[in-house]
Design a protein around this ligand. Structure first.
Ligand code: SF4
Ligand code: FES
Length: 242
């Protein structure tokens, strides 16, 4: 890990060469809004455009997405110039038109003074009211969980995650990683009376032997035991009582 010094908002900060500008900024306490980037997923980011900043290098200024723009020596970053704020505001206004039901996008847009978009709202179906088609959910499912229960389907404004042929995904283990990773709250997951409902399927939850709280789908335990060889007895207790 090569450490270098760059300038963000006029301040000299230390950063790791090639790390995304977004991460360098956050590690130095500088907030840049971002939706579609996940620090654990290298291929994530680049789709929502909320994280736009000005990057100045070699006397040349460009507006770039900070979540996938690499830190290099001599880089100067400006996160909130008038131009950056104006473009980011425009991006948020368009996102709000696309997903008017997402509390996350609504809250972010509101911080930039947009409560109602000037343009017409998307008349989408199902989770398109909240989904920004960033693919974080499918990437987490495939790259982190290793299951590939869902995939991005359709194109353009119709693009959204779904199960194969919109039927119950037999590969799904009910872990909910997709719902936790989704930046806009577009994936519905409900835990009730020891049963988790997600992607149209119901998963029985295993309960903690100490507190009795259902805390993990049985199918997820089976998957972890099968793929890692971990002792099944490990899952008798929830993380709070191990
Ligand atoms: S459901 Fe969420 S994580 Fe998946 S593509 Fe839509 S916004 Fe992204
Ligand atoms: S967080 Fe950078 S483009 Fe979405």
């Amino acid at each position: 890990m090569e450490k270098i010094t760059i300038i963000i908002d006029g301040k000299q900060v230390e950063a790791v060469k090639d790390q995304p500008v977004l991460m360098a900024a956050r590690e130095n306490g500088i907030d840049i809004p971002a939706l579609c980037h996940h620090p654990e997923l290298e291929s994530s980011g680049g789709s929502c455009r909320v994280c736009l900043v000005e990057a100045v290098q070699g006397g040349r200024s460009r507006i770039v997405t900070s979540c996938n723009y690499p830190v290099r020596a001599g880089l100067e970053v400006n996160t909130s110039t008038d131009q950056v704020m104006k473009i980011r505001k425009g991006v948020l206004e368009l996102l709000l038109c696309r997903v008017p039901d997402s509390e996350v996008v609504r809250g972010l847009a509101s911080k930039y003074g947009i409560d109602e978009p000037r343009f017409f709202k998307d008349e989408g179906e199902n989770n398109r009211y909240k989904c920004i088609a960033c693919s974080l959910c499918t990437q987490v499912c495939e790259d982190v969980v290793g299951v590939s229960a869902i995939s991005m389907q359709n194109r353009g404004v119709e693009k959204a995650p779904g199960t194969p042929f919109h039927k119950d995904s037999q590969a799904c283990i009910g872990c909910g990683a997709c719902a936790y990773a989704c930046p806009t709250g577009a994936i519905s997951m409900k835990d009730s009376k020891g049963v988790r409902t997600i992607w149209g399927r119901k998963f029985k939850m295993a309960a903690c032997s100490v507190c009795g709280k259902p805390y993990i789908p049985q199918a997820q335990v089976d998957w972890i035991v099968k793929t890692t060889g971990k002792d099944r007895a490990f899952f008798d207790k929830c993380p709070d009582h191990r």
